[in-house]
Design a protein around this ligand. Structure first.
Ligand code: FMN
Length: 341
């Protein structure tokens, strides 16, 4: 059984929703933007890197200390050194966090080669030690894990689920791909369903939940307690509200493209934009537009044109031209099947 209770949900009779942690995306500003359009139940920070010289990153910490969204924030750590993970977890517990989350899924080779993030999935014994020590250190707040179904196969999957039970983990966010899958290929929702049956704690299903309809399908297929959404909330920040509408059996409110144009302005107001050169600013916004554009037109017209522009003026002219000309056009309720690469 779990040791401590999770923070209350926005609506206690509905499954959970969470914004997935995304490095360089889910900072304080982005959480505020998402909250403006409809918060998830829970937020997760970008990962705090943990090693023998690490200190809490101030920008990531701001997403906890300056967070006025009203929603609980889990602080995610990535690392493998047990004393340093314990030290960092204890430091984090001094702040107003919903809980401490351990990253066991990051697929970047420079990360997993150090046996952290997704690399830990190759070493169940190490996971056992880490979770045992962390559980002893984090005993009055939730201790949660975010992981994938395996490193390159699912050989250790069940053993790791049993370790999660042994250490009374309070919430498991499970991306239904292996580390080697990166972000491609099918999400193995059947394995998420297996985890739901095997672990004692609630499971958040994660991976390719790109619409309210998909959220409902995944919840029904997996029996998960909730859904965690990452990239698709970048493309559609109204998604958490839409998921709640669908769960309540209500019709989903479509979003006019003029509102999408305002969302882009809001993203542009992020404090970092004013500190970086134009080229980097344009690149920064394009990262978001790569997802937004997927639900704008089925032909990929906006996506293609957006990728070609180079200056801030060209970028905003294009956004105005595509998003402000047809007064009644709405953002698709699920992305069109266009390549995001
Ligand atoms: C740009 C980016 C950054 C990410 N950073 C993190 C991270 O810091 N910690 C983590 O656990 N997962 C991270 N992820 C993985 C996401 O949390 C999520 O598991 C993954 O994107 C699959 O969910 P989705 O299909 O809803 O995007 C990141 C993903 C992306 C695209």
């Amino acid at each position: 059984m779990s040791q401590v209770s999770l923070p209350p949900l926005l609506q206690s009779d509905l499954p959970f929703t969470a914004l997935a942690p995304m490095q360089d995306v889910t900072n304080l500003w982005f959480m505020k933007v998402i909250a403006h359009y409809g918060s998830p139940d829970y937020f997760f920070t970008e990962y705090f890197r943990v090693n023998d010289t690490s200190r809490l990153n101030r920008n990531i910490l701001a997403a906890i200390t300056e967070n006025d969204t009203g929603r609980p924030v889990f602080a995610q750590m990535i690392g493998e050194s047990i004393p340093d993970l314990v030290r960092t977890a204890k430091e984090l517990c001094k702040y107003n966090i919903a809980g401490v989350d351990l990253n066991m899924g990051c697929p970047a080779p420079r990360i997993y080669r150090k046996n952290v993030g997704g690399g830990l999935l190759r070493e169940p014994e190490k996971v056992d030690q880490i979770l045992g020590e962390l559980r002893a250190a984090v005993n009055d707040k939730p201790l949660t894990v975010k992981m994938r179904v395996g490193f390159e196969n699912t050989d250790n999957f069940y053993e790791i689920l049993d370790i999660i039970n042994r250490h009374s983990i309070d919430l498991l966010s499970l991306h239904g791909r292996t580390v080697k899958d990166m972000y491609h290929g099918e999400v193995k929702y059947d394995l998420i369903a297996e985890a739901v049956r095997r672990v004692d704690c609630p499971v958040l299903a994660n991976g390719n939940i790109n619409s309210a309809k998909t959220a409902l399908e995944v919840l029904s297929q997996t029996g998960a307690a909730g859904v965690m959404v990452g990239r698709w909330a970048i493309g559609n920040p109204w998604l958490f509200n839409q998921i709640r509408q669908a769960l309540r059996g209500e019709e989903i409110t479509p979003v006019l493209l003029v509102e999408v144009r305002k969302y882009i302005d809001r993203l542009w107001q992020t404090p970092i934009v004013s500190t970086i050169p134009e080229r980097a600013r344009v690149g920064y916004l394009k990262m978001f537009l790569n997802y937004i554009a997927l639900s704008v037109d089925a032909e990929g017209h906006f996506l293609r044109l957006m990728r070609r522009v180079q200056t801030e003026v060209e970028l905003f002219d294009l956004c105005d031209r595509i998003l402000l000309t047809e007064a009644t056009k709405t953002l698709a309720l699920e992305p069109f099947l266009l390549s995001v690469r």
